[in-house]
Design a protein around this ligand. Structure first.
Ligand code: 9Z3
Length: 319
């Protein structure tokens, strides 16, 4: 694939012209603003978590697309720990990526974990029994899930394409601006750096009979800059930095802090992302590691990340 020119699109200037506005954006903005204001009035902090990879279409009637690596596990598990810590959570996630609580059962074949209670007739007594060994801790997880649902503490918002992600993130930032430093942005989604403008995209499926494919892609506008500067300037903002080469990780994280002027970068390397991250600020750098002992106890690295960042958020609000 040909490398595109390194000229980035200016700030978010071209957002509406270059990226189709999703039809639901105004309705979602209203829901997010209401959610944030209700919880803020009740004395709760609100975190906007982004999670999952963005889909970048290569054709208008899309058969092929580019995706970024992200299962959504980081975002989904972090959402649970933020809820446990008293936050209300807006969960802006890729459609069908991992979701808080249900993520614990994605590897399970649901039908294998259920049994019919014996009884007369073809379907036994008609009652279905859960195999606790297959669906581990299901009662405890269900209790946490239902408590969150009843209290209205989790607002799910879905995206699929890069365009949807960009518009919904902007709407979320503007919706949370009214609650000032009570808002946290936890930007764990894996967002494409490249896209094909609608005007340059073929309408129909690209034909292999035309020979090898060469694609030229433009730079995606960096949303972090206007988010920090204009849309939610008082919020506590955390971005994630993913690299495959550990030797450039910290330099890239620091660079992001310098350019965007936000509060924290959580730096991780693809090979070790479940067991090691570095929490980087302009003046500090703190390694979080999962030990064998932690793994034995079922502790996840997101629990440590969330505990570190909610303490940093408290300090930020008190300043
Ligand atoms: C991350 O680095 C996340 O930690 C992961 C989580 C995507 C690796 P999973 O969803 O994985 O648990 O499977 N997210 C940010 C990735 C990213 O695209 N960052 C951009 C970059 O590194 C900056 S915003 O340039």
């Amino acid at each position: 694939m040909a490398q595109s020119s390194p000229v980035p699109a200016a700030s978010d200037g071209g957002l509406c012209e270059e990226f189709a506005v999703p039809s639901q954006v105004e309705e979602v903005r209203r829901l997010m603003a209401e959610f944030a204001e209700r919880h803020d009035a009740g004395g709760r902090r609100v975190v906007l978590i982004t999670s999952g990879g963005t889909k970048v279409p290569l054709e208008s009637r899309t058969v092929r697309f580019l995706d970024n690596f992200s299962s959504g596990r980081r975002g989904a598990s972090s959402a649970e720990y933020f809820l446990d810590s008293g936050y209300a959570v807006i969960y802006l996630h890729r459609h069908r990526s991992l979701y808080p609580y249900t993520r614990l059962y994605t590897g399970v074949n649901l039908l294998d974990s259920l049994r019919l209670e014996p009884g007369e007739g073809e379907g036994g007594s008609g009652r279905v029994l859960v195999d606790q060994a297959e669906l581990q801790n299901v009662a405890a997880v269900l209790k946490r899930y239902q408590a969150v649902k009843t209290a209205g503490l989790l607002l799910p918002v879905e995206f699929n394409t890069l365009s949807e992600y960009l518009h919904l993130l902007k709407a979320a930032a503007q919706a949370l601006n009214s609650i000032g430093s009570n808002a946290m942005f936890y930007l764990a989604a894996a967002v494409s750096d490249f896209y094909i403008p609608a005007s340059e995209m073929p309408e129909h499926k690209i034909q292999s009979s035309n020979g090898p494919l060469q694609i030229s892609m433009k730079m995606v506008p960096k949303m972090l800059k206007p988010l920090v500067k204009d849309w939610a300037p008082q919020a506590f903002v955390i971005s994630f930095k993913l690299e495959t080469d550990p030797s450039i990780l910290l330099e890239r994280a620091r660079r992001a802090l310098d350019i965007y002027n936000h509060q924290v970068v959580v730096a991780n390397v693809l090979d070790t992302l479940r067991g090691y991250v570095v929490i980087v600020t302009k003046t500090t750098q703190h390694e979080l590691t999962l030990t064998d002992d932690d793994v034995q106890k079922g502790i996840e690295i997101e629990e440590k990340i969330v505990s570190n960042l909610s303490a940093a958020h408290t300090e930020f609000m008190n300043r």
